[in-house]
Ligand binder design. Sequence first.
Ligand SMILES: Nc1ncnc2c1ncn2[C@@H]1O[C@H](COP(=O)(O)OP(=O)(O)OP(=O)(O)O)[C@@H](O)[C@H]1O
Length: 410
Amino acid sequence: MSRSPSVPERPHREIDPDLSDDERLEALRGHFEDLTDVRDQLSEQLDAADERRERLREKVNTVERENETLKSSSLYISTVEDVLEDDEVVVKQHGNNQEVLTDVSPRIAESVESGDRVAVNDSFSIQTVLDTETDARAQAMEIAEKPDVSYDEIGGIDEQVTEVREAVEQPLDDPELFEDVGIEPPSGVLLHGPPGTGKTMLAKAVATETNATFIKMAGSELVRKFIGEGSRLVRDLFEMAREREPAIIFIDEIDAIAAKRTESKTSGDAEVQRTMMQLLSEMDGFEARGEIRIIAATNRFDMLDRAILRPGRFDRLIEVPEPNQDGREQILEIHTREMAIADEIDFADLAAETEGYSGAEIESLATEAGMFAVRDDRTEVNHEDFTNAIEKIENDDSSDVISSAGYFYQ
Ligand SMILES: Nc1ncnc2c1ncn2[C@@H]1O[C@H](COP(=O)(O)OP(=O)(O)OP(=O)(O)O)[C@@H](O)[C@H]1O
């Protein structure tokens, strides 16, 4: 940056009072000339400053325009395939799968790794590395390499466990058996039933048992949070499963993307429709004996578009009902396994008191009973803590533990 020019010194001239008139006039003239000089210098400096200000203003305008263009121009999402030497990388564009060799700016070169999702501009230069926050794929899916749910943690739905094991686990574990018999295993399994009855648990338990990666995507989030990205995310979902075989794809709340067509033809509906079409086409092109199994869940079975239930799609329907007396008893026992509970606790009695409770609600009940003991400074939970907890839950209007209001299952 150039230094600002120094301000000229103010001229000063003493005039001797003893001088003659002519001499004084001469001295004053000299002083006047000095002043004029200073004025000229100042005015030159002023012009130079004006010129500099003008140049800076132009610079600011250009930067502002560049900034605007950067902000408004769309960036494309790509995946880094390979990081080479000299800050070069190979990226693959989503959508058209085009592979491009491009440079990474030294500013972010350190943080780019193979497998990263990045945003590139028109000339494929990487602008940013998408972190997990901005990475829709990571946000939309829950991935567990090793889910940790075993069948003995699921109570009251033994029949459903057996059915799911036959339809999902066996084709993964023993595909030859199906080949020998000459049948195709079911393509997709649809679990339907009220909320909190163990559908997600069941899917996770199969993944645990078969050492498969568990990849979950929630239909409602696809529709609410990832507007416009639904079909791409469905494609990504299957791609991710193929990358991580064996894998269990679990689509929760499938009704959000596979509901019967409504009268209204809003653009939102069209988008949901596209997402469903993508799901159907992924399933249709699927090798049923492969290492990927698909489980979907819904508590709005009545709303489903029948197209997804056709053979080759979700062709095995398994109802997961609310637990009965025995089921509730088993679930209570499961959720109190790790608790210090008194011998006197009568599970059959508590099961009778909790008619209409789902598995998730029974789990909350156990926690609430434990809270009563904590409040009382006791380490052992007794029968009364449970009955108090039931009373509290049922009286507590604000509690959504017993959430029959939001319950649409038919
Ligand atoms: N049958 C069950 N046995 C033991 N625990 C259960 C059972 N059902 C539900 N739970 C408990 O409730 C929690 C929630 O259950 P889960 O998420 O599997 O229900 P869901 O049927 O998938 O519900 P939603 O339809 O709301 O997604 C589980 O983590 C588990 O602790």
